[in-house]
Design a protein around this ligand. Structure first.
Ligand code: UGA
Length: 441
């Protein structure tokens, strides 16, 4: 079976590499010439731990290829994965123009029976629209072609991988969701995911719309957990309680679970902010009030502002105040800063006239695209602390868990230590003459 994956973002590239590693012949295509050039050289276009080796292995054994020729790759495919982006429009709605343009190409160029697998996160009803679009294009094709052989099926197969653990999540999913309105593609789907099937990963077979809602609901529920514990952190700050103990005790209840219950500076990334907005938009479109979700969105925004205010209020009385920021990626193990809480926090701090220095182990280049000359870029944590009134951990990189606190303290002018990922114990920080300010602790 020849597989074509269209779109080489986190989802598409991981799918391509993962399927090649399962033994399939895969061609990943993208319109981004530079990205494909980098991939053909056996390099990753973004930072993702552990993925580079598997990429090289499968390029080396010939199972994984890259191309910019979308139409030729569609013609050669028995199965096509659509994994292009669905960015957010101004009104929160998902922009489906990339997905629909791929659907048109598929309708124009497929050769025989083809299974079209939709991996992109798409609103309810999109899989059906994709099907219609492909069908219309096939109907318009030259009548001399044997139209009956241009048959296809649509499968909705949402992806649940996390950045920073992308390949691991693809190879060890909690479940695989397969939405279809036809029996015909099921055997082929089971075949490509055979290693997961053999490992007894649960498979959920359902219809197209249900599958679309499963993806959004999963991300939105996780975002809700994070927003909830962040609200409790704000309450703990107000009353002098310890959110770490609250979260720990809550998480021991099997019905609640301890995952996604860690307070931070707010959730970010390319998925939670976009998908919460998109599902809220879908609710509004269908006149269904998704009150909890609307509250989660505004709560997360408030929380990022709250984090910024904590820094501003502590430092505003200093003469020419300066803050060192450790971590601007939206979470650790990624260089991605899309919708990172650091963006709103740093912008607010700058707007109040504070000077900002940053250090992030992987995200410095992406940071330069956002802040340019407006902030200072440092080579390590200690340079970021130098002459600062405060230092703030925004991303939970492992290397920030073991800072030489005496050295940090000796570099600084002031003594405020903002630990917005709650990775230190207040007493160990205070031993180094620093004032500990956590998130709800
Ligand atoms: C998320 C989902 O976890 C994946 O299952 C999904 O496939 C993916 O979106 C997607 O739709 O593509 P990701 O965006 O990589 O994955 O990031 P997460 O690990 O889920 O973290 C999201 C945000 O929540 C981050 O800003 C993180 O710092 C924050 N978070 C997470 C917390 O503040 N506290 C927690 O306890 C957990």
């Amino acid at each position: 079976m020849n597989i074509t994956v269209i779109g080489t973002g986190y989802v598409g590239l991981t799918t391509g590499i993962g399927l090649a590693d399962f033994g399939c012949d895969v061609c990943c295509v993208d319109i981004d010439i530079e990205k494909i050039r980098i991939l053909k050289e056996g390099r990753l276009p973004f930072y993702e731990p552990g993925m580079g080796e598997v990429l090289l292995k499968n390029v080396g054994n010939g199972r994984l290829k890259f191309s910019i020729d979308i139409n030729a790759s569609i013609r050669a495919a028995d199965m096509i994965f659509i994994a292009v982006g669905t960015p957010q429009k101004e009104n929160g709605e998902a922009d489906l123009s990339f997905v629909m343009s791929v659907a048109e190409n598929i309708g124009n160029y497929i050769r025989g029976y083809t299974i079209v697998v939709v991996k992109s996160t798409v609103p309810v009803g999109t899989n059906e629209k994709i099907k219609e679009t492909i069908q219309n294009k096939i109907s318009n094709r030259n009548l001399s072609e044997p139209n009956e052989s241009l048959d296809f099926d649509i499968v909705s197969n949402p992806e649940f991988l996390r950045e920073g653990r992308a390949l691991y999540d693809f190879l060890h999913p909690d479940r695989v969701v397969i939405g279809t309105d036809s029996e015909r593609p099921i055997e082929a789907m089971q075949k490509i995911y055979r290693p997961l099937y053999l490992n007894e990963v649960p498979f959920v077979f359902t219809d197209l719309k249900t599958s679309e809602i499963i993806k959004y609901s999963s991300n939105c529920f996780l975002a809700t957990k994070v927003a909830f514990i962040n609200e409790i952190a704000r309450l703990c700050d107000a009353v002098g309680a310890d959110v770490k103990a609250v979260s720990n005790a809550m998480g021991k209840d099997g019905r609640i679970g301890n995952k996604f219950l860690h307070p931070g500076p707010g959730y970010g990334g390319s998925c939670f902010p976009k998908d919460t907005e998109a599902l809220a938009f879908i609710g509004r479109t269908h006149n269904i009030e998704l009150n909890i979700l609307e509250a989660v969105i505004s709560s997360n925004k408030k929380h990022k502002e709250y984090a910024a205010e904590k820094i501003i209020q502590s430092l505003k009385h200093k003469v020419e105040p300066m803050i060192g920021i450790l971590g601007v990626a939206f979470k650790s193990e990624t260089d991605d800063i899309r919708e990172s809480p650091a963006i709103l926090i740093i912008d607010k701090i700058l707007a109040k006239g504070l000077k900002v220095k940053i250090y992030d182990p992987q995200a410095m280049n992406n940071a330069k695209c956002i802040w340019g000359e407006r902030i200072d870029y440092c080579n390590d944590e200690y340079e970021a602390a130098k002459d600062c009134d405060g230092i703030a951990i925004l991303t939970e990189w492992n290397q920030f868990r073991n800072l030489n606190l005496d050295k940090i303290s000796s570099q600084m002018k002031g003594n405020k230590f903002f630990d917005f990922r709650n990775i230190y114990k207040p007493e160990e920080v205070e031993k180094s003459a620093l004032e500990y300010i956590g998130m709800g602790t």
